[in-house]
Design a protein around this ligand. Structure first.
Ligand SMILES: Cc1ncc(COP(=O)(O)O)c(C=O)c1O
Length: 382
């Protein structure tokens, strides 16, 4: 390799090493029997028998790959079926299925805003949205995390007659597990007429009578302009979709998004598994309730053990530690006790806010909960 390039790479990696934020890939073998509280399989559907059968049937019918990009020949009946099912589930009329949530967010935030526009984004939104906004060239202004008073202040100063203003937020935040008051956001939208992009990746399956997320729970789906859903979390598959009330959005993105146009499309098997998952999720009322109850109870118990955990009922429990090395150390100690949790460090989260990220499964057994509590008790006492 070119010497200058090698030096550059080594110096960046060395800096990551010094700050305790250097990552490395490792194999996590499910057969090792670790209690996995690091994955986003919130309803435990990734191993569900009905989903597995739907996947096997789809492979028998459509093969292993879509073998082409969607505008050539990759968009097939399994994708169409998924699209119809998620549109009905969330109450939207139009949509696009994407290869990943990352690609969907990038495409939307790169293609819709332009240089002369403003995007107001929660300070902690996902990297996929930030990189999209930055490459759109639009002006980015961030409001304090979930602080809608601050959002309103920014709206007041940016919403002018001739200016297009976008607002981007997650519903449940991926690394914090909290969420903004979407009812108030919908009110703000009525007043300021911004274009609202809502990423429901971590709320789907967990909230709402039909389990479609927080837009459903708050009754604001009609006000959301673009709803982003991912298939790789509660739906036990992989891929994503975006939903719209206006077909122009869908038409425009299908025509302009490189992520959609120039990439081999999602394998039909992933779409078929996700369609089967939506059917399961819709009827999982009591499982959802159980999950939310579990989340609240576990947070209370963790606080009693002395951990810094905020209240809430989402599937993501963020345990504040501050220091990156401490997060790695704590995660290693839990792993030594048979429990896998995420050690989340910068640049994924802001400097000084490293944490453990515990992702729940609604059907976690009592035995698993006790195992986690015992381990957290032992680790915190050391
Ligand atoms: C809020 C949010 N949006 C989008 C994504 C990306 O989704 P995908 O994993 O399908 O690329 C993630 C992934 O973790 C996420 O947390």
């Amino acid at each position: 390799m070119n010497e200058r390039l090698r030096e550059r790479l080594e110096s960046v990696l060395a800096e990551r090493e010094r700050s305790g934020t250097r990552r490395g890939l490792r194999v996590i073998d499910p057969q090792l029997g670790l209690l996995n509280l690091a994955s986003n399989d919130y309803l435990g559907l990734a191993g569900n028998a009905k989903l597995k059968k739907a996947g096997r049937d789809a492979i028998d019918r459509y093969g292993c790959s879509s073998s082409a990009s969607p505008l050539i020949s990759g968009f097939g009946p399994a994708h169409k079926e998924l699209l119809e099912s998620v549109k009905a589930w969330h109450g939207f009329e139009h949509g696009i299925v994407w290869n990943s949530g990352y690609a969907a967010n990038q495409a939307i935030l790169r293609q819709l805003p332009r240089k002369e526009d403003v995007v107001l984004a929660d300070r902690l939104i996902h990297n996929s949205m930030i990189t999209g906004i930055l490459s759109s060239g639009a002006r980015l202004a961030r409001y304090r995390h979930c602080d809608l008073d601050h959002l309103e202040t920014l709206l007041r100063s940016h919403c002018k007659e001739d200016r297009l203003v976008f607002v981007a937020t997650e519903s449940v935040f991926s690394m914090d597990g909290d969420y903004p008051d979407l009812a108030r956001m919908a009110e703000l939208k009525k007043q300021y007429r911004f274009f609202w992009i809502l990423d429901e990746a971590h709320a789907m399956g967990w909230y709402g009578d039909k389990g479609s997320g927080l837009a459903e729970f708050f009754g604001v789906a009609k006000q959301v302009d673009v709803l982003v859903g991912t298939l790789g979390k509660a739906l036990g598959s992989t891929g994503a979709y975006t939903l719209f009330h206006d077909n122009n959005l869908s038409d425009y993105l299908v025509n302009l998004s490189g992520e959609f146009i120039y990439s081999t499309y999602l394998p039909p098997v992933c779409a078929a598994i996700a369609s089967a998952a939506v059917l399961q999720v819709e009827k999982s009322h009591s499982l959802r309730e159980q999950g939310r109850r579990l989340s609240t109870e576990m947070r209370d118990r963790m606080r009693e053990l002395g951990w810094d955990v905020c209240s809430g009922d989402s599937p993501i429990i963020s345990v504040s530690l501050g220091d990156a090395d401490m997060a790695v150390k704590m995660a290693a100690e839990l792993e030594a006790r048979g429990i896998l949790v995420g050690a989340i460090r910068p640049p994924t989260v802001p400097e000084g806010t490293s944490r453990l990220r515990i992702s729940l499964k609604a059907n976690l057994s009592e035995e698993s909960v006790e195992k986690l509590m015992r381990a957290l008790g032992a680790v915190s006492c050391e």
